[in-house]
Design a binder for this molecule. Sequence first.
Ligand code: 0O2
Length: 254
Amino acid sequence: MESVVKAEPTDLLSNPDMVVFARQMRAEFARFMLGYEFAVDEVLTKVSILRREFLHLRQYNPIEHVSSRVKTPESILDKAKRKGCEPSLDSIREQLTDIAGVRITCSFIADTYAVLDALTSQDDIRVLEVKDYIANPKPNGYKSLHAIIEIPVFLSTGAVPVAVEVQIRTIAMDFWASLEHKIFYKYQGAVPDNLVADLAAAADAADSLDRRMEQLHAEVHGTDDDTEEVESHPDINDAIMRRLWEFTRGEDSN
Ligand code: 0O2
């Protein structure tokens, strides 16, 4: 990855124009970064609520693991330069939609679509783009669901919409992608042909595993249609149900 030339503090002090620029931009860039950190927090809260709701409603958790990151300022500037962005934070905000990222790892393929649907159908989320690399894998075998969503972040000055890239995939897809990523960086993009072929074969194996695991799961637990929806809560016991029964009939003596 190309890196930008870093200004040392001494450079800043020796250039009065840069001192003025840095004084203005430091706070603006910090606020820019904070917006993405808050947006990630908002998405993580939504994912956590979905996870708990799924668990209560279906007594089944489709989300195995969640991780998140906000690109570093250096990596943002590198990518902005690569993409030929205008030199302004507004332009970077508009063109770089993956500054904030949340990755959700699910148990099964069907879960990835269910989670994407549950998240993107929420009223305060605007979907900017969805890429289905599960139905249409990349030539190297990469699979994942990608959604660029815009979520409002409520600051003291009002609500600001912030873009977050959400990647949703199965454990097998995630395993493959993380190994491929390491290989890609080790060879700086020029992966030898034999490894490219091996990775493609491994992607097929991961796909077969996903499908077999999903079949097995369906055999053991039945399909969604067979799942009895039983919501439970540790504090809602028979005594509470009796009180509720009496209360709804005007007989509650407590
Ligand atoms: P990182 O370090 O994970 O952030 P873009 O590159 O975003 O401008 P593109 O290529 O259309 O545009 O985006 P896409 O296809 O939605 O991919 C964006 C992200 O998906 C990547 O981010 C990776 O995280 C992941 N990804 C896409 N293709 C592959 C792949 O072939 N292998 C692996 N392992 N991951 C992939 P970054 O910024 O490249 O990396």
